[in-house]
Design a protein around this ligand. Sequence first.
Ligand SMILES: NC(=O)c1ccc[n+]([C@@H]2O[C@H](COP(=O)([O-])OP(=O)(O)OC[C@H]3O[C@@H](n4cnc5c(N)ncnc54)[C@H](OP(=O)(O)O)[C@@H]3O)[C@@H](O)[C@H]2O)c1
Length: 342
Amino acid sequence: MTDAHQYANDCMLLRRRPSGLPTLDCFEAFVQPLAPLAAGKVRCQTLYLSLDPYIRSVIAGNHMGHGIEPGEVIPGETVARIVDSNCSDWPIGTLVRCDGGWQHFSDHTAEDLHPLPPGLLHPSLALSVLGMPGLTAFAGIHRLAQVTVGDTVVIPAAVGGVGAMAGQLARLAGAKTIAITSGQKKRQIALEQLGYSACIDRDQDDVATVLAAEAPEGVSVYFDLVGDPLLTTVSQQLAIGGRIVLCGLMGDYNGIQKTTGPPPGLWIGKRATVKGLVVYDFEHERSDFEQAYIPLVRDGVIQTNEEFHVGLACAPEAFCRLMRGENTGKVVVQLAVSEQGV
Ligand SMILES: NC(=O)c1ccc[n+]([C@@H]2O[C@H](COP(=O)([O-])OP(=O)(O)OC[C@H]3O[C@@H](n4cnc5c(N)ncnc54)[C@H](OP(=O)(O)O)[C@@H]3O)[C@@H](O)[C@H]2O)c1
């Protein structure tokens, strides 16, 4: 380890809580001194930082009862390299997944570290298609909705971290998959790269009209990542016995709207099943999920869709773009290059 690692740590702090869409002045770059590594601790250098919508709730102070205060380092899941270790089980040079946050160096106890699964094409995949967003898609499509041959599955935010994997899992299960997204570039990714059968532009198309044409028998599964107005629009075209997985409220996180959903009578009439998904409940399945899907990603059966940014200084703008819905894939920031060169 070099001296620089021992004395300085570039970080990104929360300067003020956002009101509405997050803006660059919510964040502040800061250099913190690094103390010598404590006994029993491991020092990690961040290679890749995951930017996720839930961080909007964390910096607002209310993510599932938790949050951070202004002046604190923004949290975030990372892939990192161990650069110093007082823990014999975790030698220098090991690549790990941890909650390193928006900073170059973070210190952890052994329990906070997860080894990267063998066979990954690229370490950043442990944060995207083979990481938390991929596991979320797996839980929604297979465990909760139990998608099968003949289903018609509708997925909003269709090319993002969760949506890109969900669409592919549903297609591989034999379903017809309908993407809802925005803009020509994302339409192209949805149809040509991710293999959706059809794509609806939530800004340009009349969603209800196009959906009725694409799903004349009704929607059997809606994997909701965004909330209203799409939740209500799609629920109105649910098939009898339709399944809805409630997973995210992208439209609500900036505090500009509050999803209420359709009148419950609509779901009653459709004999619908509505389930809420929290990915933490499926953590025990992560290892089986990795082993099952690493080969499919390696063989190109499942496509990856990551949007890379380089340098910690890019993180605030990349996060603001994500919360404006402008990202075109799972958002990952590269902070350093590993010794393996990736
Ligand atoms: N419950 C859980 O355990 C869990 C775990 C992981 C993620 N999630 C949730 O899953 C959702 C997707 O997360 P992600 O990381 O994969 O993000 P993402 O899809 O990569 O990015 C968000 C996307 O949402 C869409 N969007 C933004 N504002 C919207 C609006 N007002 N109405 C409709 N769509 C909007 C945009 O896509 P288009 O332009 O293509 O529409 C945007 O690119 C989020 O709600 C997240 O909180 C939940």
